[in-house]
Design a protein. Structure first.
Lengths: 132, 371
């Protein structure tokens, strides 16, 4: 398998989302591992700004040529921003999953939930466990 | 559950960085780089597929032609040596046991190229329904099969020093050739809707042949291509996939394979039932459709008409060539006219669709411009 990039400064879910903490807001996307597994992303179904999402519950759908997967809320909160570029350029998820391929900005209801997200090393172990 | 089988090219795929997945009991490359890139390579230049998982059943003996004539829906007696036809093996109920290509190698020698998942089933089936005087041999394990597909395929074979040069081989014809120091049966057939060839060789020669073609193709835009692109390519060409559009209960006429079913000619296994079912009127027919809104239709999604469920999607994907979602599915005969409006239930969302003519993509049959 190709090398998987897992930036040290991000937090992760077991469902392969990454979370970047920016003050009181969280930027969310899918990991390099997820985009590699999915292949060419062709379609995303994302919530609207203002929608509420629940930790561990599906908030959207990511679809590649070959497969479809649910996107899961890393924490419970409100959607503050949605990456509008992805509507016409879903391939940004493949090209730059930790940058231009971001999906949502969330304002968490309970910042303590952030602490329950995986660290980079814990996520790396999680990826490795599944590959075996 | 037995372990997954590997083709002779398994290590080659790994070295090329392929992502390997289980398919029909084999561990096969779904993609090397990206399905979209590999799909585009085939439509614009050429792609090289390992399809060695497919099976080959050989028929030898003076009764071979008559035996195969009885087994398949397409005419066989009129098939000249060196020619190929597409057809179906059908059961007594008119359902499809498998869809196959029939190769007439010599007067008393034919072989069927069959789907990987059906090799054992087909072998038992054809042995049971052939006279004992005809020798049936399953040569699937000893035979490797490469598919070189795309408008640059002739240029790639020429660059590989293939003799005789198969450039003038007509569509659905094949010939023994030599290339890269090995012997290969080169057939102008494929499963992509683009011009191209399928190359049969001994399993032990597969790695050398595959690597020689990749080298020869470097100047011609040739890329190794996986099952992911194979599936989107065949869907654009509206070619059926066994287990999706075809199965043991489906009549080939429901799948709109009328021109591969002989009528009024030699009798064949399942022929009476196929005719009986046709005369009684089919409850469903295969259509091609495109989505009119965003989303991707997938196999098993329900199809509705004016809110009423009427059928099911058998294959669906975003078409890389057309940039929209396409699919195949079964609906009642009243709804097969082009432009009929349908809805596909994409995970709880009714997405508007319309019936379209197939194939979805019509690639030039021969790339005359490359010479």
């Amino acid at each position: 398998m190709a090398e998987t990039e897992i930036p040290r400064d991000l937090r992760y879910t077991r469902e392969d989302e990454w979370v970047r903490i920016e003050g009181e807001r969280l930027v969310v996307g899918v990991t390099d591992y997820a985009q590699q597994q999915l292949g060419d992303v062709v379609f995303l179904e994302l919530p609207e700004v203002g929608a509420n999402i629940e930790r561990g519950e599906a908030f959207g759908v990511i679809e590649s040529v070959k497969a479809v997967a649910d996107l899961f809320g890393p924490v419970t909160g409100r959607v503050a921003e949605v990456n509008a570029l992805l509507t016409d350029q879903p391939e940004l998820v493949n090209a730059d999953c930790y940058g231009d391929g971001w999906m949502l900005v969330i304002e968490p209801d309970d910042p303590a939930e952030i602490e329950e997200l995986l660290s980079a090393s814990a996520y790396q172990q999680h990826v490795k466990d599944r590959a075996e | 559950m037995s372990a997954l089988a590997r083709t002779p090219l398994f290590e080659t795929h790994r070295a090329l960085g392929a992502r390997l997945v289980p398919f029909a009991g084999f561990e096969l490359p779904v993609q090397y780089t990206s399905i979209l890139a590999e799909h585009a390579a085939v439509r614009e230049h050429a792609g090289l597929f390992d399809v060695s998982h497919m099976g080959q059943l050989h028929f030898h003996g003076p009764g071979a032609v008559a035996a195969v004539e009885w087994l398949v829906t397409c005419p066989v007696a009129t098939l000249r040596p060196g020619r190929v036809r597409y057809g179906c093996l059908c059961n007594e109920g008119g359902g499809v046991v498998d869809d196959v290509t029939v190769y007439r190698v010599a007067e008393d020698h034919l072989f069927l190229c069959v789907n990987a998942a059906n090799v054992e089933k087909d072998y038992r089936w054809v042995v049971r329904h052939s006279p004992a005087s005809v020798e049936v041999q399953n040569r699937s394990a000893q035979t490797a099969l490469l598919a070189l597909q795309g408008p640059a395929s002739t240029a790639v074979l020429a660059a590989a020093g293939t003799t005789p040069d198969p450039a003038e081989l007509p569509r659905f014809a094949f010939a023994p050739t030599k290339l890269a120091g090995t012997e290969a049966l080169v057939s102008r057939t494929g499963y992509t809707g683009s011009d191209g060839f399928e190359l049969y060789c001994e399993a032990g020669d597969a790695v050398g042949l595959f690597e020689a073609l990749l080298r020869a193709g470097r100047e011609h835009g040739l890329a190794p291509a996986g099952l992911g692109a194979r599936d989107t390519l065949r869907l654009e060409a509206a070619l059926p996939l066994y287990g999706h559009e075809l199965d043991d209960t489906t009549s080939p006429l429901e799948a709109r394979l009328d021109r591969f079913v002989k009528r009024g000619g030699a009798p064949f296994l399942g022929g009476e039932a196929i005719e009986r079912r046709r005369a009684a009127g089919h409850a469903r027919l295969l259509i091609g459709f495109e989505l009119l809104e965003r989303g991707v239709a997938r196999a098993e999604h329900a199809i509705a008409h004016e809110g009423v469920p009427v059928g099911v999607v058998t294959s669906g994907a975003p078409s890389p060539t057309l940039g929209k979602s396409i699919g195949l599915g079964y609906v009642p005969p009243a709804l097969v006219e082009p432009d009929t409006r349908l809805e596909v239930n994409v995970r709880g969302r009714a997405v508007a669709a319309r019936v379209v003519e197939t194939p979805f993509v019509r690639a030039p049959a021969r790339a005359a411009t490359t010479r």
